[in-house]
Design a binder for this molecule. Structure first.
Ligand code: PGA
Length: 259
């Protein structure tokens, strides 16, 4: 009942011309597949969003922003709001990526305001969660994740929760050589699912997607997407080319759409 999701955040890569080229090359690669059972997304930089909306129109790929402000408008120089993302053609918005937390001082209290604003505007937030290497060493990964979920999603109800996508991205696995081991991912996704059940009840929790990100690649994708509580893959480097993205989509389709 949870539709599998595959997508890529481009970070500060792919301006307008590259976005057009990516979309043009991706379309024929995906056309050969029946992807109705999957949700696909790309998250370009802000300046490329309107180009992306036009270039991906008519393909199964939805677009989203990589961040947003919690207010709808106002004196917030350099910021972009949820209604602006909607107007640019976004379905999704990524929130709380570890690079935002680390380099721009974002906290989960602020992220909560952003989740609330995204939902109000009709966006589907992709909420990043993850423990640091130190948290992992101290064996406090699940308590850290619990705290992040409860803080960021405090404003949500059982009705709105399933509009949020949880992206489990262990901070120590992002941009590295290897993803987290499947058994480790399975335990964290189980703990996240349990936190959702505790906070919002069984039905809402079971309808909410939890995807994995952090050094996902063609080599490890199948072993991650095959895990019971992993509803999709959130990919960085391995999907920054259309060929890479299409390869990851095929891996998820082969696992999730095979019946
Ligand atoms: P990566 O990026 O796949 O290149 O590790 C993942 C992310 O930052 O979400």
């Amino acid at each position: 009942m949870r539709k599998p999701l595959v997508g890529t955040g481009w970070k500060m890569n792919h301006g307008i011309a590259e976005t057009e080229g990516y979309a043009r090359r991706l379309a024929p690669l995906l056309a050969a597949e029946d992807l109705r059972g999957l949700d696909l997304f790309v998250l370009p930089p802000f300046v490329s969003l309107t180009t992306a909306a036009r270039a991906f129109a008519g393909t199964p790929v939805a677009i989203g922003g990589q961040n947003m402000h919690w207010e709808a408008s106002g004196a917030w120089t350099g910021e972009v709001s949820a209604p602006m993302l909607r107007e640019a053609g976004c379905r999704f918005v990524e929130l709380a990526h570890s690079e935002r937390l680390e380099h721009f001082g974002e906290t989960y209290e602020l992220v909560r305001l952003k989740v609330d604003a995204a939902i109000r505007a009709g966006l589907e937030p992709i909420l990043c969660l993850g423990e640091s290497a130190e948290d992992r060493r101290m064996e406090q990964s699940d308590s850290v994740l619990h705290e992040q979920v409860m803080t960021a999603l405090a404003g949500q109800t059982a009705q709105t929760l399933p509009r949020v996508v949880l992206a489990y991205e262990p901070r120590w696995a992002i941009g590295g050589a290897e993803a987290a081991p499947p058994a480790y991912v399975a335990r964290r996704h189980g703990a996240l699912r349990a936190a959702l059940i505790e906070g919002w009840g069984e039905a809402a929790a079971m309808a909410t997607r939890i995807i994995y990100g952090g050094s996902v690649s063609p080599a490890n994708g199948a072993s991650l997407i095959g895990l019971p509580d992993v509803d999709g893959l959130f990919i960085g480097r391995a999907a920054w080319t259309p060929e890479g993205f299409a390869a990851m989509v095929r891996i998820v389709a082969a696992e999730k759409l095979r019946d």
